[in-house]
Design a protein around this ligand. Structure first.
Ligand code: SAH
Length: 246
């Protein structure tokens, strides 16, 4: 269960924070750490701050691009210390843990990625728009930004509480019959949607405004499954043919 969860640190600057993250994860029984373009890694400071969680650092996967870190994931969650100008489905860590627990119960192979941002400026809007939902740790509104490893600690604790106790998680949607679409399938669908909208002249590539962001939010909010994505792509293919035949 806890193995279904992947902690993803994006562009971390301080190696000490990577070590502290490994320690926080190991304390809570999580083990899958992915690092996207860390500034310094491996690094003695990371080893030192990990205490005795070096095994997590040793098995950490290091990639250059965020896309590589979340490929194959069924649920992608972004963490955020503050509100953004386009609101997105937002949960607190306890609600997130309940949702994740339900998804894993329904599909034991469900892969979940939780993304943590840079120390100085968090995740970019573009990165946040890849996510099904965002999680914010409730804080003092005047001082809302936790150290990144402290944020990993809080979220990992809630995951542990939800996934290792027998308490029934609150209902998250209805029991699902079809596996959730993976990140890559959803992104291909968005590419297809975007090019179709350009073809039918609904989207002006020179003045795209927030159209794709709003459509991403609409569709990701539904957490689409494989068949739903296939149906959407089928519709787009049909529209594409009609436009070309004209
Ligand atoms: N100044 C940055 C804060 C970055 S804190 C900003 O304004 O976005 C570094 C990372 O720690 C964040 O990207 C997020 O992953 C995590 N984090 C910090 N505080 C958090 C909070 N209150 N809720 C959720 N994640 C938080």
């Amino acid at each position: 269960m806890l193995d279904n969860i992947r902690i993803v640190l994006v562009n971390t600057t301080h190696p000490g924070n990577i070590g502290a993250t490994a320690r926080a994860m190991k304390n809570m029984g999580l083990s899958n750490l992915t690092l996207v373009a860390p500034k310094h890694f491996p690094h003695p400071e990371a080893d030192a701050r990990s205490s005795r969680a070096e095994d997590i650092l040793e098995s950490a996967i290091v990639v250059e691009e965020l896309e590589q870190a979340i490929a194959g994931c069924h649920l992608v969650v972004g963490t955020s210390a503050r509100g953004r100008h386009i609101p997105w489905p937002l949960v607190n860590p306890r609600e997130l843990a309940a949702a994740v627990s339900k998804s894993i119960e329904q599909n034991p192979d469900c892969q979940v990625a939780i993304l943590f941002g840079r120390e100085d400026r968090g995740l970019t809007n573009e990165e946040l728009h890849l996510c099904h939902m965002h999680v914010h740790i409730p804080t003092n509104p005047d001082f809302s930004s936790l150290n990144v490893a402290a944020a990993v600690q809080v979220i990992s604790y809630e995951m542990r509480m939800a996934l290792t106790t027998s308490e029934q998680a609150p209902n998250w949607g209805i029991d699902w019959d079809i596996e959730l679409a993976e990140h890559g399938e959803i992104e291909q669908m968005f590419d297809h949607l975007e090019s179709t909208l350009v073809d039918i002249k609904f989207l002006d590539p020179d003045n795209p405004r927030q159209l794709m962001t709003r459509l991403r939010r609409l569709i990701l909010r539904a957490v689409p499954d494989k068949v739903e994505v296939a149906v959407l792509r089928g519709i787009l293919t049909k529209i594409g043919r009609l436009v070309k035949d004209k």
